[in-house]
Design a protein around this ligand. Structure first.
Ligand code: CDP
Length: 559
């Protein structure tokens, strides 16, 4: 509850909390149910219980701002970047407003003419997209989200932009663009050119003409080297995203939100929420002991909650209001997947886990669509429905229903594992994002499960605290150790298999970090990025241990 206390509870002028966690959940539930025409009290109580029992939590801006004057409730935005100073600085201002309200912004900078191109008005030379990204980065540095955390940005440049070679190495110095995740907008055409070691044309967006030709493989190698060195850039697979775009008649999607789980049009926003999977286990430890009825109920209520958020949201920009109310995109996802697997005694790195991931997400998707259909019967389909792929058979309230978000904060509030990630470490030191306060944390599921299995004592606890792992504890048998393998011990193929399993039944996208040991080679990373494309993922992010100076999470044994 420390995080709730520090960042979410309302404070008075002196910084003291003026609400309890209980009152926070009541404030949010009341606001989100206020748009119901019938049975308001019933829905308020349902939403309150969902949150108070930590079975479902909405994204941070909803928890922070719902029920407050001009409460902005969405976590995810994509804003347009056009090739004019006026537009670039209008969006910069809008991005600052979004950040201030707790949201994150994604943009594709590919419409900006390349560096040293002609400027007709001044007769001078252009600065290029990377220079403008740096302006955005500097602005972000000084606008804290709701005064509580720094804003997050996703910056994309398409693989055929003339400045792409500079873009892929833009973060190599370890200083630049620290408030950006950067990703290359990849096409299938490029992947084929790279695999066949063909030439690749770079197109000037101002003229639409080819500017020069490079070796696709050389660009790839440079990109891979940078990713190996720093974790950036990631990839966004634009063709895969657009092949699954339910509103392709509105145009081609060019960007995602900062962490990649929601592909959005310019000026679209999205509200996220996540079900805590650690709360759906019945008694016993067999997969058959998942309480599917409970999960169904949580999904139904989660979808209704998020759909209501669209209605009772305060929109900062009229363009965003229009898009949000027209397409009504929401993203219901999960957290606590690793904890669920431990409860069920299924190792993350196993076929059984991947199969269960598919079964579970398929169930969540089907239930989400049914729930959205039922709300559509009651309240109407989303206004753009007739121009979507859902028309005429699938009457939906929402153009999209599911996203797997990182749950970076809400999983801490719910005291469970992040998103669909394996445990990063069994014990770790957490350094605060805004400060230097360091805490030593033992993951609660570790003690609970090992106690249940009869393998807990002070010596074991000390050993885990010291190394962050269970590997060295001799008294624990291998099959139990396997349950507690951490992120870096899990082969990358299994990380990707989990991402694929969840993506298969997620209409938006899955945010996942493929965490890798520091010994991982550049050619491994090349294989991971290529496999991600072959698997039909919508994006890929990797992180090699130790490759960023100020890593937020650090294993106890590592420092
Ligand atoms: O746990 P929480 O609801 O705070 O957020 P998350 O699941 O870690 O991230 C969901 C989305 O919130 C991200 O993809 C960003 O769009 C946004 N976000 C942000 O704007 N700033 C952050 N510091 C973290 C997340």
């Amino acid at each position: 509850m420390l995080l709730l206390e520090e960042r979410y509870l309302q404070k008075n002028g002196q910084g003291a909390s003026i609400e309890t966690p209980d009152q926070l959940f009541r404030r949010v539930a009341r606001h989100i149910s206020s748009v119901e025409n019938k049975k308001k009290d019933h829905w308020e109580n349902c939403f309150y219980n969902l949150m108070a029992k930590m079975e479902f939590l909405p994204n941070s801006p909803t928890l922070m701002n719902a029920g407050l004057p001009k409460g902005q409730l969405s976590a995810c935005f994509v804003l347009p970047i056009n090739d004019s100073l006026d537009d670039i600085f209008t969006t910069l201002k809008n991005a600052a407003l979004v950040h201030q309200s707790g949201g994150g912004t994604g943009y594709n900078f590919s419409r900006i003419r390349p560096k040293n191109d002609t400027i007709s008005t001044s007769g001078g030379k252009s600065s290029g997209p990377i220079a403008f990204m740096k302006v955005y980065d500097a602005a972000t540095e000084h606008v804290k989200q709701g005064g509580k955390r720094r804003g997050a940005n996703m910056g994309i440049l398409n693989v055929d932009h003339p400045d792409i070679a500079q873009f892929v190495i833009a973060k190599l110095d370890g200083n630049s663009l620290q408030n950006f995740n950067i990703s290359v907008g990849i096409t299938d055409h490029f992947m084929k050119a790279m695999i066949n070691t063909e030439k690749w044309e770079l197109i000037n967006p101002r003229t639409g003409q080819s500017e020069r030709t490079i070796e696709a493989k050389e660009l790839w190698d440079s990109l891979i080297h940078a990713a190996w060195k720093t974790g950036d850039p990631g990839l966004i697979f634009l063709d895969t995203i657009n092949a699954h775009n339910p509103l392709f008649r509105q145009g081609r999607i060019q960007s995602t939100n900062p962490c990649g789980e929601v592909p959005l049009f310019d000026y679209e926003s999205c509200n996220l929420g996540s079900i805590n999977l650690a709360k759906i286990v019945g008694l016993g430890s067999k997969p058959s002991n998942i309480n599917w009825d409970k999960l169904k109920l949580l999904v139904q209520m989660g979808i209704r909650f998020l759909d209501n958020v669209i209605q009772c949201n305060h929109y900062l920009l009229p363009e965003v209001a229009e898009m949000a109310l027209k397409n009504r995109k929401i993203g219901l996802g999960v957290m606590g997947w690793a904890e669920l697997l431990i409860q069920l005694e299924i190792p993350y790195a196993s076929k059984e886990a991947v199969q269960l991931a598919e079964k579970l997400m398929r169930f969540i998707q089907e239930t989400s669509f049914n729930a959205s259909c039922n709300i559509a019967k009651e309240k109407g389909c989303y206004p753009a429905w007739e121009e979507s792929i859902h028309y005429p058979n699938l009457h939906l309230r929402n153009a999209t229903c599911n996203s797997i978000a990182p749950t970076g904060s809400i999983s801490i509030i719910a005291n469970t594992s992040y998103s669909i990630e394996p445990l990063y470490a069994l014990a770790f030191k957490r350094t605060g994002v805004l400060g230097t306060k360091t805490q030593q944390v033992l993951h609660p599921i570790v003690k609970d499960k090992l106690t249940q299995l009869g393998h807990w004592n002070n010596a074991i606890q000390d050993q885990i605290l010291e190394t962050g792992s269970i590997r060295e504890v001799e008294s624990i048998p291998d099959h139990i150790k396997k349950l507690f393998e951490t992120s870096l011990e899990i082969p990358w193929k299994y990380h990707l298999e989990h991402q694929r399993a969840f993506q298969k039944y997620t209409d938006n996208a899955v945010s996942k970090t493929i965490n890798l040991p520091s010994s991982t080679s550049a050619s491994d990373i090349s294989e991971i990025y290529r496999t991600a494309w072959e698997f039909g993922l919508k994006g890929i992010t990797i992180y090699r241990d130790g490759s960023k100076a100020n890593q937020v999470l650090q294993k106890c044994g590592a420092i």
